[in-house]
Ligand binder design. Sequence first.
Ligand SMILES: [Zn+2]
Length: 476
Amino acid sequence: MNYETVIGLEVHVQMDLNTKAFCGCAIEFARPANTQVCPVCLGLPGVLPVLNEKFLQYAMRVALALNCTVANFLKFDRKHYYYPDLPKNYQISQYDKPLASGGYLQIKTEAGQKKIRVLRVHMEEDAGKLIHTKEASLVDLNRTGTPLLEIVTHPDINSAVEAYEYLTQLKSILEYLEVSDCDMEKGSLRCDANISLRPKGQLSLGTKAEVKNMNSFKGVRDALNYEIIRQEKTLIEGGKIMQETRLWNEEKQKTCSMRGKEEAHDYRYIPDPDLVPFVIEKEAIEKARGELPELPQAKKERLIKDYSLSGYDAGVLSADKHMAIYFEDAAQSYKQAKIICNWLMGDIMSYLNTNNIPIKKIKEVLPTEKLVAMLELIDNNTISGKIAKQVLPEMIETGKDALVIIEERNLSQISDSATIESVIAEVIYENETVVKEVKSGKDKALMFLVGQVMKKTRGKANPRIVNSLIKKKLEV
Ligand SMILES: [Zn+2]
C-alpha cells in the first residue's frame, strides 16, 4: 500500500528581548545559575505578573508577517503541570484564544510554490533548565519566564524536505523582523513535529507521534525521515502506531518512545486571573502592520525587477537579510549587479563558510567600498579576474585595500605592449608547430599560445591584449 506522510510543526521562538515576559529580569545567555530571577519568575506567593509590552509588539510583528489575523482580545491562560524547572507549577500560555490565527507561509517545492497554513501564533513563557550531574539534578531558573512565541502549522507538510524548507523560510522571516536570533543550538528556536501516515487517498488522519529534541534543521529532517520509515514499516507489518511522544537521538540517528501523549485536558487550563484580558486596539495592529520591513519574498521579487537578476540569484540573496542589504549597498556604487551577485554567491560566501564567519559579519570583514574598488580594478585592467580571486581572501584577512595588496605583491596586470610583445616572441620561438596550426586557422592553437604567455607572466598579462598582439604578429 502507498502511504502519504502528514506533518505539522510546532516551533517555539525565543524573543530577543532584554527582559522577561512578565517581570523585569534580564535575559542573558550563559550567566551564572539563578542570578536572573525575581519573586515573580520564581513564583513566590503574593506577586503579580505584568506583561512586557515589547513582547506583544514582537509577537504581533511575527503574526502579521505570517499573514495571520491578530485577535482583538488578549487573554492568558495557565497551563498546569508539575516539574522541578517550573516553580509556579503552571506556565503562562494562551489556550482557547491565541494572539493570532489563520495565516500561511509560502514554501518552494519541486512542484512549485506551496502554502503551509499557520493554525495559530500564541505567546507564552519558558520554563527553567535542569542540569543533571552524577550526584544530583540541579535547577537553573534564569530561563524561567523568557518570552516565547509558539507557531503551529496545520498538517500541510508532506515530507521531511518540505519541513526543512518551512523552517528555513520561517527563520529567514524571523531574522528580517529582528525579533529573535533563531539560534537552535542556544535553544532560541525549537521545533517539535507531529507526524502520521495514512493510505493515499484517505481523508482522515492516521495516529500521530510527536517528535521532540531536534537541535538543528538537519536534525528535524533526519528525525522525520526516520519516523516515516518506522511508521511505514509498522503499518505494513500490520502493527499499530501509538500516540506518543518520541525523542530524537542524534547520536543513534533514531527516535525512541518517551511517554504516552497527554491530552489538552491533562493540563487543566484556566484563564490566568492575575493577567486581566484586554482589547488590542485596531490602530495598534495597523501600526504594527505598517512597520513591517520588506520580507524575503517581496525582496526577492524586487531584486529581480530592479537589478534584472534571475529568480535563483534573487532567491539566494534575499534568503539572508544581511546578504541582501550588502548586495544592494554595493549595487548603489557599482552598476553591474550580476557581477556583484556572482562574487557574493561564489568566492565571498565560500570564504565566509570555510572560515566560519557568519554572514551578518560580512560588512565588517569586507566593507562594500573595498569590494567595489576591487571590481573596478578588474574593469580597468589593473588585475585579471583570476588575480582578484587571490587578492580577495587577503583583503578579508588583513583588511587592506585591493590596490595595496596588488602593489605589495607586484600583482598588477601587464598591459604595456612592449613587455608583452617580448614574451610573445619567446613563446612563438618555442612553439613552432603550434604557430603553424594558428596560421592554418586553428582557434584552439591560438588559445594555447595565449595560455603560454599567461603562464610566463604568471597570469599578469592582459589576456585580451595578448590575444590581439599574437594575431597581429602572426598576421592571422
Ligand atoms: Zn523575574
